[in-house]
Design a protein around this ligand. Structure first.
Ligand SMILES: Nc1ncnc2c1ncn2[C@@H]1O[C@H](COP(=O)(O)OP(=O)(O)OP(=O)(O)O)[C@@H](O)[C@H]1O
Ligand SMILES: [Mg+2]
Length: 332
C-alpha cells in the first residue's frame, strides 16, 4: 500500500493512530498529531510516546490491548491497542478512556456519598430508639423529645430518598423530549405563592417580573415546577438576610429562548465552589445547608431537568453581592 493511502486510512479512524516500523513513526493521523505533537512522522517513536509501559510494548513489538495513564496529560487514561500489520510494521491506536474512567469514579463517589448521607440520620434514629426501648423510666419530656428527633431524622431520610428517586427518573428520561406545553409565568406565580411561608420566615420579599405575552415552552410541567421551586428555595435559604433586598424573579424572551432569572442579594458563592454546585450532594457549607434541610441534590436535579429540556443553565455569583441563576429554555 502506498503511504498516501495508508495516511488516508489512518485519517478515517477517529482515534489517534500511528504506524510504527522499528523505532520510527512511519505515518500518523490528524488525531495523533493533535495529541502527541505536530511533527511525529519520520521521528523516533520515543519523541511521541514517553509513557514507559506503552513505549516498551511498541519497541518490543508486543501486540494486544492495555490501559495506561499519562499520555497527553497525567490524568488522562488511554487504551493502547497494538496490531501487527506485517513482520516489521505495527499499527498503534490510542482510545481515550478518560470520560469513561471519570464516569466510573463519579458512580463510586455517588454511592459512597448517598450511603453517608443516609447513615447520619439513621444512626440518630437507632440511638434514640434504642434508648427509648431500653430505659424504662424516662421522664415524659425526654421521651417526647426523642420521639420528635426520630421523626425529624426519619423525615430527612425520606427527603433524601425522594430526591434520589426523582434524580434517577429524570436521568432515565434524558433522551425523551418532554411533550407538554407549559406557561412558565404561571409556574413562577405558583412557586412564589408556595414559597410564601418560607419568605415570611426569612423576612424576605420576592418580586416577580414576567413578560405576559410569552407563549408556552415545550416542557414537563412537574419537572419545571420542581426546577423553579429549587431555585426560589435556594434564593430564600441562602440569599436572604433579614430586611435585605428582595429576591427577584424575571421571565423574558431572549432570541430563540425564554429566559428565567432568579437573583438574590445574599452572601454569594466564591468562584472555587461555583462549578461544583450542580454535583450531587455538593454543599458549600455542609453544616449550614443541612441545618436548613438541604441535601445538596437540588441543583443537580435542576441541571438534569434543564438538560432534558435542551436548555442552558448558568450560575453567576460574587461573594458579598449575591447570586443569579439563569435558565434558558427553547421558545416554541
Ligand atoms: N442562591 C444561593 N446563594 C448562595 N449559595 C447557594 C445558593 N444556591 C445554592 N447555594 C449553595 O449551593 C449548595 C447546593 O445547592 P442545592 O440546591 O443543590 O442543595 P441544597 O439546597 O443544599 O439542598 P436541596 O436543594 O437538595 O434541598 C447549597 O448547599 C448552598 O451552599
Ligand atoms: Mg436547594
Amino acid at each position: 500500500m502506498t503511504l498516501p493511502l495508508v495516511t488516508a486510512l489512518l485519517d478515517a479512524l477517529e482515534e489517534p493512530a500511528l504506524l510504527v516500523e522499528g523505532e520510527r513513526t512511519e505515518a500518523a493521523n490528524d488525531a495523533a498529531r493533535a495529541l502527541l505533537g505536530p511533527r511525529l512522522v519520520g521521528q523516533n517513536i520515543r519523541f511521541a510516546i514517553r509513557q514507559p509501559q506503552a513505549l516498551d510494548a511498541i519497541l518490543s513489538g508486543r501486540t494486544g490491548q492495555f490501559e495506561v495513564l499519562g499520555i497527553g496529560g497525567v490524568e488522562r487514561s488511554f487504551e493502547v491497542s497494538i496490531n501487527r500489520l506485517s513482520p516489521t510494521l505495527l499499527l498503534v491506536r490510542l482510545v481515550d478512556r478518560s470520560a469513561r474512567r471519570a464516569a466510573e469514579r463519579a458512580q463510586v463517589d455517588f454511592v459512597a456519598n448517598a450511603s453517608h448521607e443516609l447513615r447520619t440520620p439513621l444512626a440518630a434514629v437507632l440511638g434514640f430508639s434504642e434508648t427509648l426501648a431500653e430505659e424504662g423510666a424516662l421522664p415524659e419530656s425526654i421521651r417526647r423529645r426523642f420521639g420528635e428527633q426520630i421523626h425529624t431524622q426519619a423525615q430527612r431520610m425520606m427527603v433524601i430518598i425522594r430526591d434520589l428517586m426523582s434524580l434517577s427518573r429524570i436521568e432515565a428520561d434524558r433522551f425523551s423530549q418532554p411533550s407538554g406545553r407549559v406557561m412558565l409565568a404561571d409556574v413562577l406565580r405558583e412557586a412564589i405563592q408556595a414559597a410564601a411561608p418560607l419568605a415570611a420566615e426569612k423576612n424576605c420579599q420576592i418580586m416577580l417580573e414576567a413578560d405576559q405575552s410569552l407563549g408556552t415552552v415545550q416542557g414537563d410541567l412537574p419537572q419545571l415546577r420542581q426546577l423553579v421551586d429549587n431555585l426560589v428555595g435556594n434564593a430564600l435559604r441562602y440569599g436572604c438576610s433579614a430586611g435585605g433586598k428582595a429576591v427577584e424573579v424575571r421571565l423574558e424572551r431572549a432570541g430563540e429562548w425564554q429566559r428565567l432569572c432568579v437573583r438574590d442579594h445574599g452572601e454569594g458563592v466564591s468562584p472555587e465552589h461555583l462549578p461544583r454546585l450542580t454535583e450531587r450532594f455538593y454543599r458549600v457549607d455542609d453544616a449550614r445547608s443541612r441545618d436548613s434541610g438541604g441535601t445538596g441534590l437540588g441543583l443537580a436535579i435542576v441541571a438534569h431537568i434543564v438538560e432534558r429540556h435542551r436548555g442552558l443553565l448558568e450560575i453567576r455569583s460574587r461573594p458579598g453581592e449575591g447570586t443569579e441563576v439563569e435558565v434558558r429554555l427553547p421558545a416554541r
